[in-house]
Design a protein around this ligand. Structure first.
Ligand code: BTN
Length: 264
């Protein structure tokens, strides 16, 4: 089986209504998120997707580098939600649910969601999600949701030493390569379904599913961001996507930015 993506198999997903009806593919781009933003500025419709085989400047949250070798699934989808900018962060959870459900159903692996934007398999990060938006005052013009899945490569050969302990790939977990086009199409179907649930029924049902995968809830965690390190019991993720911690002195604290690690 080819570890690479087959561009002709990405087009015209017959099982979606809007997502992936227009798919742009390049072997190499700087970042599919940057490319999708250009397409959105030119008026691309909701559901348009930009896919690349490799990215030379893939990036993640807090502008961190996202290493994107051949064999990964790197793509960005354009959304045009009728939402206020303050709510658009909820889309991170919409995407997280869609990815988690597809990975669990297709590969029968132990999937977890980790606040705010990671999907883990067997306790290690396999997918990162980056949501970026363009707004006019409080109104959202478009949102680009980037999804990076470590798929057909061995993280021990590709990622720097410090990431090998915390990251994994589907190949590492399954012991085989997968068909990237099939995973791509399954993701688009589930993304459309979860996004429709979100637009019709709101954030609550999506967040409920996301929390079912959130094994860190109920455990003592450390949240670090540029300003501080906070330790507490991870109580909940609330309707604004904030992580609610119970601090050691018993007070509750809502956190909006940071990296979570379990305290052992
Ligand atoms: C993170 O974990 O911080 C988010 C990583 C998101 C990576 C994806 S890969 C496709 C898209 N293009 C990018 O440059 N980033 C996202």
């Amino acid at each position: 089986m080819s570890p690479k993506i087959k561009p002709d198999k990405l087009q015209e997903n017959p099982r979606t209504k809007r997502f992936g009806k227009k798919v742009f593919f390049k072997h190499k781009v700087s970042s599919t998120n940057e490319w999708a933003k250009e397409l959105a500025k030119l008026g691309a419709q909701e559901g348009t997707v930009a896919v690349a085989e490799t990215q030379t400047a893939g990036h993640g949250r807090l502008n961190r580098e996202w290493i994107s070798p051949e064999g990964g699934l790197w793509f960005s989808i354009i959304l045009r939600p009728k939402a206020l900018a303050s709510k658009a962060i909820q889309l991170v959870f919409v995407v997280g649910v869609a990815v988690a459900e597809v990975l669990r159903r297709r590969f029968r692996v132990k999937v977890e969601t980790k606040w705010p934007n990671d999907v883990l398999v067997n306790g290690k990060k396999v997918c990162g999600i980056l949501v970026e938006m363009n707004t006019t005052r409080e109104e959202v013009n478009y949102v680009v949701t980037g999804i990076g899945i470590n798929a057909n490569f061995d993280v021990r050969k590709v990622l720097p030493r410090q990431l090998r302990e915390v990251a994994t790939s589907l190949e590492n977990e399954l012991g085989r390569k997968i068909r990237l086009e099939k995973l791509f199409n399954a993701l688009l179907e589930n993304l459309e379904r979860t996004y429709d649930l979100y637009t019709v029924k709101g954030f609550t049902p999506v967040l409920q599913i996301w929390k079912k995968y959130a094994n860190f809830l109920g455990h003592k965690v450390e949240v670090s961001n540029q300003e501080e390190k906070i330790t507490g019991l991870a109580l909940d993720v609330d309707d604004e996507g904030a992580l609610v911690l119970k601090l050691e002195d018993g007070r509750a604290r809502r956190v909006f930015i940071g990296d979570v690690s379990l305290c052992v």
